[in-house]
Design a binder for this molecule. Structure first.
Ligand SMILES: C[S@@+](CC[C@H](N)C(=O)[O-])C[C@H]1O[C@@H](n2cnc3c(N)ncnc32)[C@H](O)[C@@H]1O
Length: 213
């Protein structure tokens, strides 16, 4: 497989151009399969390169290659918050969102496991106050960290996205360069008026299963 020696890619967070040079095939294979960044930006970045291993990885996951854009969707322009039947409030599209579009990052307080334990001491795991916690850590056995979007003043529209199970139209991507973050992309074309949904996964619902609509 041919691996390009120079890659130019758009950094989704900062919007700056990133140049990666001199990547060996082994490095690309290792980084793309393990999702490691710092060496590379990430496997999604390489999806921009036709024929790259990351493109194959993404194709094998049946998710569209992300379309990089530096600007997150804006509340009141691209999305709005409305009641979502049986789910509290939810996030709805105000315009067509193309497949592969960058939606935004899930913003909130970044906390360690110890900080979570301290913050939510005595709080039940199915409490609504812990409903906005998402895991940020990677697959490498690093110390777990979480993003807590409970406080709206420290978060963004992402905190309103509900769980859609198999009918979800978004997917989450854990990015680790230049900072660790959780980014969302459109899995398919989303029409104006549709709710933006992603699959929270089984572990989120382990203590809340009866809530799911
Ligand atoms: C991150 S919040 C999503 C925004 C929330 N609906 C609100 O009004 O602030 C996650 C919580 O939303 C509710 N929720 C999300 N998806 C749901 C679903 N498919 N069925 C039932 N409740 C859901 C649950 O209470 C869950 O703990």
């Amino acid at each position: 497989m041919k691996i390009p020696q120079k890659l130019f890619a758009q950094d989704t967070a900062a919007g700056r151009e990133l140049r990666l040079t001199g990547l060996s095939a082994a490095t690309v294979l290792f980084a793309a399969s393990a999702g490691i960044e710092g060496v590379l930006k990430n496997s999604a970045l390489l999806a921009c390169v036709p024929g790259s291993i990351a493109a194959a990885v993404i194709a094998s996951r049946s998710i569209p290659a992300p379309v990089f854009r530096s600007q997150p969707l804006q509340m009141g322009v691209d999305v709005e918050v409305l009641p979502s039947e049986g789910r509290g409030e939810g996030l709805f599209a105000l315009r067509t969102i193309e497949k592969g579009s960058y939606i935004f990052d899930y913003l909130g307080e970044t906390l360690s496991q110890e900080e979570i334990d301290e913050k939510y001491v005595g709080v039940r795991s199915d409490s609504s106050s812990t409903a906005y916690l998402l895991e940020l850590n990677g697959p490498l056995g690093l110390k777990p960290t979480f993003v807590d979007a409970f406080d709206p003043t420290l978060s963004n529209a992402a905190r309103f996205m509900n769980h859609g199970g198999d009918a979800s139209n978004l997917y989450k991507f854990k990015q680790r360069y230049p900072t660790r973050r959780l980014s969302f992309f459109a899995k398919e074309r989303i029409e104006s008026g549709e709710e933006l949904l992603w699959n929270y996964g089984a572990s989120y619902w382990s203590n809340r299963e009866e809530e799911i609509v």
